[in-house]
Design a protein around this ligand. Structure first.
Ligand SMILES: [Zn+2]
Ligand SMILES: [Zn+2]
Ligand SMILES: [Zn+2]
Ligand SMILES: [Zn+2]
Ligand SMILES: [Zn+2]
Length: 550
């Protein structure tokens, strides 16, 4: 340094240069500080590296985890180095085939070497006496699963868990235990527990609504709750039947081709309104099935119009379309025409059509009974199948025999209740017949077979025909079940009944038959009308001249 020129403004040390305000040290420090900045990773004031934008320490990172690495020579951080050393020290365990630190005492990994708590040793079960592992209450799992007390214990446990137990829980457990197997009853009680434990109100009606499952079936718990709560006067029945009917109507309307659909929708609504009026006025309201049949017939006509007649508007329908449609199923002519007249009357009143196309159509086809009957040898064959045969289901035999021998309709058999039977006189009450029907020994023994089959279900359903579905409730078997009962023998119940009716009417006084069967005399008369197949007549004339009914 040369001659002292002045004092440094920073530290007071001598400054040797003429045009400098700071000493050498302060100048060097200021130059150094100018190159530094705050490191974004560690926050300290350091010289930042051009490639990473961080200080030199923060720029060196571990190759596997990304943590900073201090030493310039190391590629991995200390944690990763120690961890890889640990992994390298592991050996494959001979027991579990996974890497681990083998213990010298066992030669296995630590997990395998640990002593486990052993299960309780098998003991003799109090139920079945076999030596088995125990599930609870001194019983083996199988015996505990079917222990009859389980539903009650489940209900007690549930009641103790609840803040406000419902008073009917115990009775409901008894109701379930009577009608369902133990495991099903327990499942239902635990599902009920979930419903009772949520934050919603536990009033019986609200509970019943929450228990319902979406879809066509509301679920077994909802059915059981409905039966129990309505029986005890705690809740009103659900509207499940109405919901199902709404769905059936919806499906029929949706099946109508789109351009023809809106009037059908309006027709359905008008039928429902008429039903409401009839209910209020106390006259005979249309049933769901009447409305559904009507919608189905109109749907069929709509499909027929668009597909076969190529018409996309109701207004274009004429007599020929209606005649062609009726001709597709001659047997249903009268039924379909009645509905079509209703529909077109409605359509005309709404100005959907200007002229009713059904006006000139004659309702009457050939009158008289034109269905098929069963020949005598085939009747014998069926009789043997249902009496001495073994492969017929008791329900099939009962329906078949009652139809063939007593002209019972399938609904009469379906709705036959236990209290309709009179074992002392061996008679049964069938449908609306004014007098009890005396049973022949064969029918009576088939009836006993049905009762034995019913006893196997252990049900309190009041009907004779009880199915897997109806055994837990009090409803009769479904019409679908009964209408398919005779499928195995290939003869529908209506044919058997017609056979018997035609036989009775043609050998006895029709009025007597009508009185005995509780039928309308005119309904019986159609069986009197002679109807002979034309083809059959010619054949008969060749073989044996004379008359013949088919
Ligand atoms: Zn200085
Ligand atoms: Zn840094
Ligand atoms: Zn690392
Ligand atoms: Zn192991
Ligand atoms: Zn056991």
């Amino acid at each position: 340094m040369g001659k002292r020129q002045r004092d440094c403004v920073g530290c007071g040390a001598p400054v040797g240069f003429i045009d400098r305000q700071h000493c050498c040290r302060c100048t060097a420090r200021m130059k150094d500080e100018a190159t530094r900045a705050s490191c974004p990773a560690c926050g300290r004031s350091r010289v930042l590296q051009a490639d990473t934008g961080r200080c030199i320490t923060c720029s060196r990172t571990c190759a596997s985890c990304g943590r900073p690495v201090r030493s310039p020579s190391a590629s991995h951080c200390g944690i990763c180095r120690r961890e890889s050393a640990r992994q390298a020290a592991k050996r494959l365990c001979p027991r579990c085939q996974r890497p681990g630190f083998l213990q010298t005492s066992t030669g296995w990994c630590g997990h395998c070497s640990r002593r486990r708590q052993t299960k309780q040793p098998p003991r003799e079960c109090a139920g079945c006496g076999q030596v088995r592992r125990h599930a609870g209450h001194g019983l083996c799992s199988a015996c505990w699963q079917k222990h009859p007390d389980r539903p009650f214990i489940a209900a007690e446990n549930l009641a103790s868990r609840l803040a406000e137990p419902v008073p009917w829980l115990g009775d409901f457990a008894g109701h379930l235990a009577d009608r369902h197997c133990v495991s099903r009853a327990c499942t239902m009680i635990s599902t009920l527990g979930r419903l009772l434990n949520d934050e919603q109100p536990n009033h019986p009606q609200a509970l019943l609504d929450r228990a319902r499952r979406p879809g066509r079936s509301m679920g077994s718990l909802a059915r059981a709750l409905e039966a129990f709560l309505t029986q005890h006067g705690l809740a009103l029945p659900t509207d499940q039947a109405q919901r199902l009917a709404t769905g059936r109507r919806r499906r029929r309307i949706d099946a109508v081709p789109l351009p023809l659909r809106p009037p059908v929708q309006a027709f359905a609504e008008s039928m429902l309104r008429a039903r409401e009026r009839a209910r209020k006025a106390g006259t005979l309201p249309r049933t769901d099935s009447t409305i559904e049949t009507a919608l189905a017939i109109v749907r069929d006509l709509a499909r027929f119009l668009t597909s076969t007649r190529n018409k996309q508007d109701w207004a274009l329908t004429d007599v020929h379309d209606v005649e062609a449609f009726l001709a597709t199923i001659p047997k249903a002519r009268q039924r379909r025409l009645t509905v079509l007249r209703q529909y077109f009357r409605f359509a005309r009143s709404r100005k959907i059509v200007l002229i009713d196309p059904t006006l000139g159509v004659k309702a009457k086809g050939p009158s008289g009974f034109s269905g098929t009957t069963v020949a005598v040898d085939q009747q014998r064959q069926l009789f043997r199948r249902w009496t001495t045969g073994t492969d017929a289901h008791p329900h099939e035999a009962l329906l078949g025999l009652l139809a063939l021998l007593h002209a019972a309709s399938s609904s009469e058999v379906r709705l036959l209740r236990l209290d309709d039977l009179d074992p002392t006189n061996r008679t049964i009450r069938l449908g609306k017949r004014p007098h009890p029907v005396p049973m022949d020994p064969v029918s009576w023994s088939v009836l006993q077979r049905c009762l034995a089959h019913r006893a196997d279900w252990g049900t309190d359903n009041p009907y004779v025909i009880v199915t897997r579905i109806t055994k837990t409730g009090r409803a009769p078997a479904s019409t679908a079940y009964v209408s398919h009962l005779l499928d195995p023998c290939g003869t529908p119940p209506r044919t058997l009944r017609s056979t018997r009716l035609a036989d009775l009417v043609n050998t006895l006084d029709p009025k007597l038959v009508a009185a005995a069967l509780g039928m309308d005399p005119e309904g019986v008369m159609i069986y009197l009308a002679d109807h002979v197949d034309v083809g059959r007549l010619a054949q008969r004339r060749e073989n044996a001249p004379g008359s013949g009914t088919a």
